[in-house]
Design a protein around this ligand. Structure first.
Ligand SMILES: [Zn+2]
Ligand SMILES: [Zn+2]
Length: 278
């Protein structure tokens, strides 16, 4: 299974030249196995996908972790949605109050977007996920709610014995800067346990997190790595870069962190356009 990172930036897209080393587009990743493909999250990163590589006769599945703007911003500019002959399925978190269709329609309708969801030519099929397991082609996808404001899913995707865990927006615990001693209380634990590759929120550095970001729903590099160590992952990718951190700052944060820590698994910063073979 190959993972392509089309968007790695959190919160909002950034086009300043100082932010382009790690990429300016918001979250979107693509999983590829042979001719089979799967998209997760529809941030602005989805806009740059080369759709010529997709067989238009095949169904297109897009999974959404949650509906914060940085994860759906590219949906209205995703070309296949406007092809009436395309079969498109959109999967996202179930919420007890409003259907996924109603919530998506809040964004895909005037005045925020000129076309309402029901008029989008591909007439996408909308599916709700919670603590679920589904099979899409060669991919088995487990989802579960994780700690982040609003209903938010993390995904664990298995394909031919390899696993990817994708939790782009996440704080593994509530109201504290230390992981709980008991694994059962750690949000996302089962999704990440012994996964081959973990792509996880690491928006902040520890100082910044402790001084005023606890409870905002995002992790610092330290928490993210502690979570990865506790769940015994094979490899960790720091994701959801803060747009307020330019390349120089992000690189420095990473180097300082790596100098002061000692983990047994490889850790790297996500780079837009990067392809990772699992
Ligand atoms: Zn986000
Ligand atoms: Zn979010």
């Amino acid at each position: 299974m190959k993972v392509v990172l089309h968007g790695t930036r959190g919160a909002y897209p950034t086009s300043t030249p100082e932010n382009q080393k790690y990429g300016g587009d918001t979250p979107c990743i693509e999983l590829i196995h042979g001719e089979e493909r799967l998209i997760i999250d529809a941030g602005t990163g989805i806009i740059g996908i080369d759709w010529n590589r997709y067989d238009p006769s095949k169904r297109l599945d897009i999974l959404l972790t949650h509906l914060h703007m940085d994860h759906i911003q590219g949906l209205g500019f995703c070309k296949p949605l406007f092809d009436p002959n395309r079969e498109v399925h959109i999967w996202g978190p179930k919420n007890g109050t409003y259907s996924l269709n109603t919530r998506l329609n809040r964004f895909l309708s005037p005045p925020l977007f000129p076309v309402v969801l029901r008029d989008i030519p591909s007439q996408p099929h909308i599916h709700e996920l919670s603590q679920s397991e589904i099979e899409l082609g060669p991919f088995t996808i487990q989802s579960n709610y994780i700690v982040h404001p609003g209903p938010t899913l993390g995904f664990r995707i298995s394909c031919e014995g390899k696993t990817l865990t994708y939790i782009p927006d996440h704080e593994p615990m509530i109201g504290t800067d230390e992981l709980y001693n008991d694994d059962r209380w750690i949000s996302g634990f089962d999704l990440a346990y012994k996964t081959d590759l973990l792509i996880h929120d690491s928006q902040y550095e520890r100082e910044e997190y402790i001084k005023g970001k606890i409870g905002w729903g995002h992790s610092c590099m330290t928490i993210c790595s502690e979570f990865a160590a506790r769940t015994q992952v094979g490899r960790l990718v720091f994701f959801h870069h803060d747009p307020a951190h330019n390349d120089t700052r992000r690189t420095q944060m990473f180097e300082d962190f790596m100098e002061s820590s000692n983990y047994s698994f490889p850790i790297e910063l996500a780079v837009q356009g990067q392809e990772i073979e699992i």
